[in-house]
Design a protein around this ligand. Structure first.
Ligand code: BDP
Length: 328
């Protein structure tokens, strides 16, 4: 290359860089996601990333790393809190270990329906959770759907709490779930999401619990063919940004990014409804035995001590619980 040509190329590339950032340094944001590319949350996160690049005119360039390649969820929560990662789609289950108020969302049967959960999270109650997250370095921008979680296992349909007796279930990383399974007479092992398939296959555990899309996308249904519709947990998920990354932004960029996250949540919830149906159909087609539970009351009654212990240990959170329960 001639000297003239290389000077010219150098000049051209600096002009291009200037045009992108209008003088400001472009920020690359690394985003954590546990799910595969075609999962509703992943599609919505990719849209969020593209929208953020567009609305900030390239000042923020997010990239989503799917399939949990950046580590387990508890680790990723720490990373986003300390600014090692910039954003993520987190489930509020493992969050409870770090932001105690979010444990309210992990109380079994706290919400009567997914619609009630959305009504709560999109309003003043959701704001209280966002405030608690903000104190721990996480800016919750919008709330995703994660349906309802039910038990599945390798042995038999669960109809009553007596059927859980003696069975070993994987739960997400949160002590509340250990108590939950305990009160039903089973044993719970907190374990990383990525280890569940192999553990079911080799008999290290008898079962786990999740919504239809995750039960299907992980292929757990291939090795645990009984899915019992207990719907014991309805846990929202967030798009959360690290406070460290958020605080570097102008107010205009913050507002535009917040809007992009709200738009992504609208898309995620639509895709979620479709995928839940499709996943259920797929696992049934593959031979999974799904059973309804006629009377969930015995399961709910068994959770009494979980609530009592929780309120005794967190008296300040009791009003949040009663406020949720008294929602229409
Ligand atoms: C899925 C959640 C994901 C959790 C996973 C699990 O979307 O965030 O990590 O369950 O059970 O439904 O670990």
């Amino acid at each position: 290359m001639t000297m003239m040509k290389s000077i010219k190329m150098l000049a051209m590339s600096s002009v291009a860089a200037l045009a992108v950032s209008a003088g400001a340094q472009a920020e690359t944001w690394r985003g954590w996601n546990i799910h595969p590319e075609d999962y509703p949350n992943s599609i919505a996160l990719d849209q969020f990333a593209a929208d953020v690049a567009e609305v900030t005119e390239g000042r923020v360039e997010p990239e989503v790393f799917h399939n949990g390649v950046l580590g387990s969820q508890p680790d990723a929560i720490e990373q986003v809190r300390n600014g090692g990662l910039d954003f993520a789609n987190f489930n509020m289950g493992p969050m409870g270990e770090i932001v105690p108020a979010t444990n309210v969302l992990s109380l079994p049967f706290i919400f009567r329906s997914v619609d009630q959960m959305h009504a709560a999270m999109d309003g003043e109650i959701g704001q209280r959770f966002s405030d608690a997250l903000a104190e721990e370095g996480l800016v919750a921008l919008s709330w995703f759907d994660s349906g309802a979680r039910s038990f599945y296992n390798t042995k038999k349909p669960i109809m009553t709490p007596a059927d859980v007796e003696g069975m070993k279930f994987r739960v997400m990383n949160n002590d509340l779930y250990v108590q939950m399974v305990d009160e039903l007479g089973g044993n719970a092992t907190p374990m990383a999401f990525s280890e569940v398939y192999q553990s079911l296959k080799t008999g290290v555990i008898d079962g786990a619990e999740n919504n239809y899309p995750s039960y299907e996308s992980t292929n757990h249904y291939e090795v645990a063919g009984y899915y019992s519709i207990t719907e014991h947990l309805i846990i929202p998920e967030c798009i959360c940004v690290s406070t460290a990354a958020w605080d570097t932004l102008s107010e205009e960029d913050q507002a535009a990014i917040k809007q992009a996250a709200m738009d992504a949540a609208v898309v995620q919830r639509e895709l979620w409804a479709e995928r839940s149906k499709a996943s259920r159909a797929k696992v049934e087609e593959a031979g999974v035995e799904i059973n309804e539970i006629e009377d969930k009351q015995p399961f709910q009654d068994a959770m009494g001590p979980v609530y009592e212990n929780f309120i005794a240990a967190n008296p300040d959170l009791e009003s949040l619980i009663t406020d949720i329960q008294s929602l229409e």
